[in-house]
Design a binder for this molecule. Structure first.
Ligand code: C2E
Ligand code: MG
Ligand code: MG
Length: 710
């Protein structure tokens, strides 16, 4: 807009200024000419006047002289008729007003009239006195009349004189007529002059208009069009059409260059869009593309109701593939998953089904059914989920190895569960999380009640992330005593979380969250290192603790990684703690299942010299017979049995059986949750080796333990 006003306005202003300058110049010239004309007129009038006066004077002189001569005789003889004839001739001249012949006294002898009306009258006009007094030819004028007188003599004798009066008015009339003629001539010239100038001006103006129109057409308009095109391109419309008139000048060049630039920008924009909207690894739509498509569909459904199902799928334990086989293998696995998921989705043949990868191992499928469709969306989504789970159950082959993985899928429906894209995605995520909590490799429909629990959990998971580094996590130590003499032989390291907002969070709660979310993979090794360092420090500082062991709890998840044995070794090396002073407490659930692999791992750990204890023994399903097959160094009788040993004979029997059974295969027995002296005594009498419980010592922080050891 600005450009438009600029060029055009500037140009019009220039033309206007030129025209104005021309007009001023013309006006000046005209004025000048007018003045010159006036001067010329005045000058010629003056010179004409001078010339006429001169000529009249000369004529007057000559005529009066002549008449005076001619009148000598008639006057001498007083021949009035002859006098009358002579002066009548003079009077006939057009500009002669009067001719008077007078005598020496100044009395009129003849005035040219037939009857000589003024005969013998004295001349009483203003010129008369001078005329009579003059001795020779005499001239007088009063502006209206020129009076020329000449004496009439005979020898030396004066007879009288003659006066000829010329009317100057006639002369002036002639003059005026001359001047008027000249004026008319000059005006004519001026008029022609003016017409010439006018024509010139019109031509100039026309030229200006033509140039302006040309400039407008050839320069301003294309520049304006370019500016408009640039604005449209800026707004993201690359389809603007350039004026293609094949001009060979600079503007043509500019337009062509501009068009090339437009094409190039459009190309780049397409590329960038493609890059921004597709997942580079799988070629699927990415999160952004999915989100935009979802938004579009929701918008459309405001007028044209329909139903949507969103399946949020996450590959179970995909991290394991990356950790054990490397990221290239992980990528290869993802590509295979993509092929399978894509094929399954296509099989369902729902119009407008959209599959996207949200990064990592998350895939999202969107199914859409129009309002009138006879198909039920929920069951359809469920069938697809089942199909996907089945598909993923088949092992995939990566780098020559068979990999078994599962998939957890959350399903949420529109408009049933949520009305906005953000909420739908969140619900899908939550439902997926629920599927994971429910044991993975399956699907769950979104439910609000479960959502709240999950939300709390997710919130806690968020809070737990980085808690160790922020110093919110610490270790408490609970003494482990020898039953025989109540000597302190070891400690169990127990994790504590003090959250700035939630306060102290129970380990049973947050350990679970850490395990489910995989955070335990980070926290576990940190606990292991800290506990080993602490135990070693006590050993070095207190002689009484020279043989102190530390028991560290290990979650089942930690055993799954191939790196666990290495981590234990690293912790021992870093702290300088002897392997036999480290006890690892595993739960029964950790050791059942993949027995061959766990057996190998436990054997490797025991080979280091580390002791393996089974925690919470009796609550699992392993049973006593299991102990024979799993290589462990001790069992910790769960405190639920210990709590009732005094009241429930069955529990006492079971506890006794465990002790003797364990002793028969040569492993140590620890009693947990000893809260009363009576419990302690019963267990000691049954031969239980070690004990732990509030009655023997509560968990305390490291500082408190220092005091105890002293
Ligand atoms: P656990 O390994 O069986 O630990 C013993 C639990 O019993 C501790 O609860 C301890 O405070 C409690 N306890 C000890 N004596 C008595 C007693 O006389 N009476 C009663 N009623 N309870 C007693 P805590 O500290 O709440 O830990 C709960 C569970 O959390 C532990 O059970 C363990 O499975 C897990 N845990 C704690 N720290 C860690 C850790 O660092 N890593 C892992 N993976 N799990 C841990
Ligand atoms: Mg324990
Ligand atoms: Mg226990």
């Amino acid at each position: 807009m600005k450009l438009r006003a600029g060029l055009q306005a500037m140009f019009l202003a220039l033309v206007g200024a030129a025209v104005l300058a021309g007009l001023v110049a013309v006006a000046l010239v005209l004025q000048q000419r007018e003045q010159a004309q006036k001067q010329i007129l005045a000058l010629s009038q003056r010179s004409m006047h001078a010339l006429a006066s001169q000529r009249l004077l000369l004529r007057g002189e000559a005529v009066s002289e002549q008449v005076a001569d001619a009148l000598v005789n008639p006057l001498y003889y007083f021949d009035l008729d002859a006098i009358g004839t002579i002066i009548g001739n003079v009077l006939r001249q057009p500009d002669v007003s009067y001719v008077i012949v007078y005598d020496t006294d100044g009395s009129i002898v003849h005035d040219g009239s037939r009857d000589i009306e003024r005969y013998d009258q004295r001349m009483d006009d203003p010129f008369a006195s001078e005329v009579v007094a003059a001795t020779g030819q005499h001239m007088q004028s009063n502006g209206q009349l020129l009076d020329v007188s000449a004496p009439i003599r005979v020898g030396d004798q004066r007879l009288g004189g003659v006066r000829v009066g010329y009317s100057l008015a006639t002369a002036r009339q002639d003059e005026d007529a001359m001047v008027a003629m000249m004026q008319a001539r000059l005006d004519e010239i001026a008029r022609r002059h003016l017409i010439g100038v006018g024509v010139l001006l019109v031509v100039l103006l026309a030229l200006g208009v033509i140039v302006a129109a040309l400039l407008q057409r050839r320069l301003v308009r294309p520049v304006r069009q370019l500016a408009g095109a640039a604005q449209r391109i800026e707004a993201g419309h690359y389809d603007v059409v350039m004026p293609a008139d094949g001009r060979q000048d600079e503007i043509g060049e500019l337009v062509r260059a501009f068009d090339r630039m437009r094409a190039s920008i459009a190309r780049h924009d397409r590329d960038i869009r493609r890059m921004a909207y597709t997942d580079t690894l799988t070629g699927l739509a990415n999160r952004l593309a999915f989100r935009e498509s979802l938004d579009r569909r929701l918008l459309r459904m405001q007028d044209d109701p329909g139903r949507l199902a969103l399946l949020f799928a996450d590959v179970d334990d995909f991290k394991r593939v990356n950790d054990t086989l490397g990221h290239d293998a992980g990528d290869a696995a993802l590509v295979q998953f993509t092929t399978r998921i894509d094929a399954a989705v296509r099989e369902f043949d729902v119009a407008d089904a959209l599959l996207a990868r949200f990064g990592g191992d998350e895939f999202v499928v969107l199914l859409e059914l129009p309002a009138g469709s006879g198909t039920e969306l929920g069951p359809l989504a469920e069938r697809l989920a089942t199909r996907l789970v089945e598909e993923m159950a088949r092992p995939i082959e990566v780098e020559g190895r068979q990999v078994f993985l599962g998939i957890s899928i959350g399903i949420t429906l529109f408009p049933d569960d949520a009305s906005s894209a953000g909420m739908l995605l969140k619900n899908g995520d939550i439902a997926m999380y629920q599927a994971k909590l429910a044991g993975k490799n399956g699907y769950r429909f979104y439910s609000l009640a479960a959502d709240q629990a999950v939300e709390r959990r997710m919130h806690m998971e968020q809070a737990l992330r980085g808690a160790w580094d922020r110093g919110e996590l610490s270790l408490a130590y609970q003494p482990v005593m020898r039953m025989q003499d109540r000597a302190q032989v070891g400690v169990e390291a127990l994790l504590r979380w003090r959250h700035p907002e939630f306060g102290n969070v129970a380990p049973s709660v947050f350990i679970d969250v850490a395990e489910q979310s995989g955070l335990i993979d980070v926290i576990g090794p940190q606990v292991l290192h800290a506990a080993c360092l602490q135990a070693r420090a006590w050993q070095q500082r207190f002689p009484a603790a020279a043989d102190l062991f530390v028991a560290v709890n290990v979650s089942p998840r930690q055993l799954r990684g191939a790196a666990f044995a290495g981590e234990v070794e690293a912790a021992l090396r870093a702290s300088g703690l002897a392997a036999r002073h480290l006890h690892l407490e595993l739960t029964e659930t950790a050791v059942i299942g993949d027995e061959a692999r766990i057996g190998q791992l436990l054997a490797a750990l025991r080979a280091l010299g580390v002791e393996i204890w089974l925690d919470d023994f009796g609550t699992g399903f392993s049973g006593l017979s299991h102990l024979r097959r799993v290589p462990v160094d001790g069992v910790k009788i769960d405190r639920s049995f210990v709590a009732d040993v005094l009241r429930d004979p069955d529990d006492l029997a079971l506890t006794t059986a465990i002790i003797s059974m364990a002793h028969s295969i040569g492993i140590t027995v620890v009693a947990e949750g000893v809260e009363k002296e009576g419990q302690f005594e019963v267990l000691r009498d049954r031969g239980c080796d070690l004990g732990q419980g509030f009655w023997l010592g509560r968990p305390m922080d490291a500082g408190a333990f220092d005091a105890l050891l002293q």
